[in-house]
Design a protein around this ligand. Structure first.
Ligand code: GAL
Length: 706
C-alpha cells in the first residue's frame, strides 16, 4: 500500500486511484484577500486563503515586467542552489542513502561546482542578478566531529569574495537536507542533544563569513525534511514513523531557534538578517462541495504549513500529527525574515491511493510540470497571504519548475513574478525573489531526471548552456536593474590647488572617506552593482581599491584626454547603456525615475537638469534639450543647468566620439540638441572640485545622513 506519491514539494500528495473524475467546468471562485496584518494576532498566522482563483493568463499583460516598472529598485533579484545538488563529491547522509533512493541515481560529481566555482560565479553574473543563495556543506567543513577542514572553509570564504567582487550579495543556508555521516550516525535531528553540534558548525561559519554575508537561512524546509525523511521515506533516513516525525520536527524547530539566538548574540548578529525557510505547499479540496475533501485538506494544511508558522509566531509548536503543543525556548519571533519556497498546490481527497503510480489530480485548465504537479502561480499569492501575519519581510527563497525542454519555464517565470509584483503593489512586504535553480542539478530522490535550471547542464561534459528561460529571467532582471556606473575620475583637479598635487581629486577625503566612496555609496544604494572608474592623474593610487558589494573596474588614461577622450579611450569596457557621473560631484538623486524617463523617451542620452542652480547653461522644454552652451554671454533664453548625472547609450558615444583630447559635454550636448532627453530634478549637487565646495559638502555630510 502506497499512501503518498513522490515529489519533494512536500510529499503530501494524496491520490485517488483510478481515472480522474470530471470537474464542473462552471466552477467559479471569487478572489478573497487576507485582512491587513495585526502584529498581536498570532492566531491568524498561517491562515489559509481558501479561495482558488482561476486566472486567465492568456490575456495577461506582462509589460511592466519588461519595461522595468513592476518592482522597486531595491528588490533582491536572485538565483538559488544547494551544496549537495551541485558541488559533487560529497559524502554525507544523502550520498549514503542514494543507492536506496527512488531513482537510485548517485549524486556523484553533480555539476562539479566544487571545481568550477569561478566559472559558475561568472554564470550568475551574466544573469545580472544581485543575490545568490547557496548552502554550506557541513560534511565538507567538519568531516569528522570537531575537525575543521581549512580548505573547505577557505573555499566558502573565496566563494563569498568572488560574489562580492561581482557586486552579488551572498545568502547562505546552514542546513539544506544534508548532514555529515558522523552526526547522522549519532541520530541527527532525532536526538535533541545533537542540536548543539549543528549550532557549533553554524557558529563557525558565522564567525568566518558574517563580516561579508548579511543574509542567512537557518534550516531549509523543515517540513519537507521531516515528511520526506520520516513519513514518506523518500529522503534519508527513509523511515516511516509518525512518532519520529514528531520528534524530528520538534528538534528542527528547537535547532532553528537555538541557531537564531546564538548567531544573533554574536558579533555582526545585529546587522545580519537570519531567517527560516518554509516551503508553502498549498492544499485544496478536489471537490469543493465535499466536506470530506475539506477535512483532509485542512488536516494536511495544518500539518504541513500552519503548525510550523504558528510555532514561529507563538513560540509553542505542535508537530505534525501531534496532539499537544510544547513551548520552545527562543522560538517566538526567531526570524528576521521569512523565506518562502513555493512550487504548487495539491488537490486533496480522503481516499488514499494504492501503490499505483498515478498523476496527482489537477484542474482541467492546469498544465502539468515534469514533476507532474501543476503550475499554479496564483498560489504564490496565497503563500504570501499565509505568512503575512508574521509581520516579517517576505523573501521568495525558491520558485521554479521542472521542465526538461524549457518550453514552460519562461511563462512560469513571468506568471510568478507578476503575482509577486501584484502582492508588492497591494502592500505586502516582499523583498526578493530567488529562482530555483541557477542550473540543472541533482534533484534528490528524482536524481538527474528533473531539470530545474536556468542553465542547461550536460552531466557528461559538465557544459553549461543558458536556456531561453535564463534569457527571459535575465531580461526582466535587467529591465529592473541599474546599468553600469561610469565615474570620471581622471581630471587633474587644478581648482583644488596643492591638495591634488599628490592625490587624485576623487581620493581626497571628505567626512572620513574619499569623495569616490561617497559617490559609490550613493550609486550602490540606487541599485548600481558595477562601476567603471576612469582614472588618469595619479591613477596608480586607485590600485587595490574595493567597495563592499560593488564590482569595480579601473581604466587609466596615459595622458590627459579630457572627458570625451577618456570615455572614448574606455569604450571597450563600456556597456550598451551606462550612467555617467563626475568623480568630484556628489549628486544624490533618485536614479529610477531618471532611468524610466530615459527608456520611455528612447533617448540617445538623458541628462539631469536643475532649475534652481545659481546659473544656467542650457535651454530645455521640460523633456528635451533645445540648446547647450556653457560659455555663452547671452543667457536670456537659458532655463536650466546640467547637474551631473546622465544616462548614455554607448551608440551615442560611438557616433560622436574621436581619438585625442576633447570635452564630452561641449561636443555631444550641442550636437544632441533636439534629441537628448532632459530629466528635471532640483536636488542639489555637491561640486567638490573647489576648496569651498569641499568645505560645504563636509558641513552637509556632518549634518545629514543620506
Ligand atoms: C525544494 C528544495 C530544493 C529543490 C526544489 C525543487 O523543496 O529545497 O532543494 O530540490 O525543491 O524540487
Amino acid at each position: 500500500m502506497r499512501i503518498w506519491c513522490s515529489g519533494n514539494i512536500g510529499g503530501f500528495q494524496p491520490l485517488v486511484a483510478g481515472s480522474t473524475p470530471a470537474i464542473r467546468t462552471s466552477y467559479h471562485v471569487q478572489s478573497e484577500r487576507m485582512p491587513e496584518p495585526n502584529p498581536h494576532d498570532t492566531a491568524s498566522v498561517g491562515t489559509t486563503v481558501w479561495t482558488e482563483e482561476r486566472r486567465d493568463w492568456e490575456t495577461a499583460d506582462f509589460t511592466s515586467l519588461k519595461d522595468g516598472s513592476a518592482f522597486p529598485k531595491e528588490f533582491m533579484w536572485g538565483v538559488a542552489t544547494a551544496s549537495h545538488q551541485i558541488e559533487g563529491g560529497n559524502i554525507n547522509n544523502w550520498s549514503a542513502f542514494e543507492p536506496r533512493s527512488k531513482s537510485q541515481q548517485l549524486s556523484g560529481e553533480a555539476c562539479d561546482h566544487w571545481n568550477r566555482r569561478t566559472e559558475d560565479v561568472g554564470l550568475i553574473k551574466d544573469l545580472g542578478v544581485s543575490h545568490y543563495r547557496f548552502s554550506i556543506e557541513w560534511s565538507r567543513v567538519e568531516p569528522q566531529q570537531g575537525k575543521w577542514n581549512q580548505d573547505a572553509l577557505q573555499w566558502y570564504s573565496d566563494l563569498v569574495d568572488d560574489l562580492l567582487v561581482q557586486g552579488i550579495q551572498p545568502m547562505a543556508t546552514l542546513h539544506h537536507f544534508t548532514q555529515p555521516l558522523w552526526w547522522d550516525e549519532m541520530g541527527g535531528f532525532e536526538r535533541e542533544e545533537n542540536i548543539t553540534h549543528w549550532v557549533q558548525f553554524s557558529t563557525k561559519m558565522f564567525e568566518l563569513l558574517s563580516d561579508r554575508v548579511e543574509w542567512w537561512c537557518t534550516i531549509n524546509e523543515p517540513a519537507v525534511y521531516a515528511s520526506m525523511g520520516y513519513v514518506l521515506g523518500e529522503f534519508p533516513p527513509g523511515v516511516r514513523s509518525f512518532k519520529k516525525t514528531r520528534l524530528v520536527s520538534m528538534n528542527l524547530m528547537r535547532a532553528h531557534a537555538r541557531c537564531y539566538r546564538t548567531l544573533k548574540a554574536m558579533e555582526n548578529g545585529n546587522r545580519c538578517q537570519i531567517g527560516l525557510v518554509k516551503n508553502i505547499n498549498l492544499f485544496d479540496p478536489y471537490r469543493r462541495w465535499n466536506p470530506l475533501h475539506w477535512m483532509q485538506t485542512k488536516l494536511l494544511d495544518g500539518m504541513f504549513n500552519r503548525c510550523w508558522l504558528k510555532g514561529l509566531a507563538t513560540g509553542r509548536f505542535k508537530p505534525p500529527s501531534g496532539l499537544f503543543s510544547k513551548r520552545i525556548d527562543g522560538l517566538k519571533g526567531s526570524s528576521d525574515f521569512i523565506g518562502v519556497n513555493y512550487y504548487t498546490h495539491l488537490l486533496t481527497t480522503p481516499f488514499m491511493p494504492t501503490k499505483v503510480e498515478i498523476d496527482p489530480l489537477i484542474r482541467p485548465w492546469e498544465q502539468r510540470t515534469d514533476f507532474r504537479y501543476p503550475m499554479y502561480a496564483v498560489g504564490l499569492r496565497r503563500a504570501f497571504d499565509m505568512v503575512r501575519n508574521l509581520n516579517l519581510p517576505i523573501i521568495v527563497t525558491e520558485n521554479g519548475v521542472a521542465d526538461d525542454d524549457d518550453d514552460m519555464r519562461p511563462e512560469h517565470i513571468r506568471r510568478h513574478l507578476q503575482i509577486t509584483a501584484e502582492a508588492i503593489a497591494d502592500g505586502l512586504d516582499v523583498r526578493g525573489f530567488y529562482h530555483w535553480s541557477l542550473m540543472d542539478n541533482f534533484e534528490w530522490a528524482e536524481g538527474y531526471d528533473q531539470r530545474f535550471g536556468l542553465y542547461h547542464v550536460d552531466f557528461e561534459t559538465k557544459e553549461r548552456t543558458l536556456k531561453d528561460s535564463g534569457k527571459e529571467y535575465a531580461a526582466i532582471v535587467k529591465a529592473h536593474s541599474m546599468p553600469q556606473l561610469v565615474v570620471m575620475a581622471g581630471g587633474l583637479g587644478t581648482r583644488l590647488g596643492s591638495m591634488t598635487e599628490n592625490v587624485p581629486k576623487s581620493l581626497i577625503e571628505v567626512n572620513g572617506k574619499p569623495i569616490l566612496s561617497h559617490i559609490l555609496d550613493w550609486a550602490k544604494r540606487q541599485g548600481c552593482m558595477h562601476a567603471l572608474v576612469l582614472t588618469g592623474h595619479h591613477g596608480e593610487q586607485f590600485d587595490g581599491m574595493t567597495h563592499p558589494g560593488m564590482g569595480l573596474t579601473f581604466h587609466r588614461e596615459d595622458e590627459p584626454l579630457g572627458t570625451g577622450g577618456a570615455l572614448w579611450n574606455a569604450r571597450e569596457l563600456l556597456e550598451e547603456r551606462f550612467i555617467l557621473v563626475w568623480g568630484d560631484d556628489l549628486h544624490p538623486i533618485d536614479y529610477q525615475p531618471l532611468m524610466l524617463q530615459h527608456s520611455s523617451q528612447n533617448a540617445p542620452l538623458t541628462m539631469t537638469v536643475t532649475e534652481t542652480h545659481s546659473s544656467s547653461n542650457l535651454e530645455h522644454d521640460g523633456n528635451v534639450l533645445l540648446a547647450y552652451d556653457k560659455r555663452t554671454k547671452d543667457t536670456s533664453k537659458l532655463n536650466g543647468y546640467e547637474a551631473g548625472t546622465s544616462v548614455i547609450e554607448k551608440s551615442t558615444l560611438l557616433k560622436h566620439g574621436k581619438d585625442g583630447k576633447w570635452s564630452w559635454e561641449e561636443t555631444a550636448y550641442p550636437a544632441l540638441a533636439g534629441q537628448a532627453a532632459v530629466h528635471v530634478d532640483n536636488t542639489k549637487f555637491w561640486d567638490m572640485g573647489t576648496p569651498e565646495g569641499l568645505a560645504s559638502l563636509e558641513k552637509f555630510l556632518n549634518e545629514t545622513t543620506l
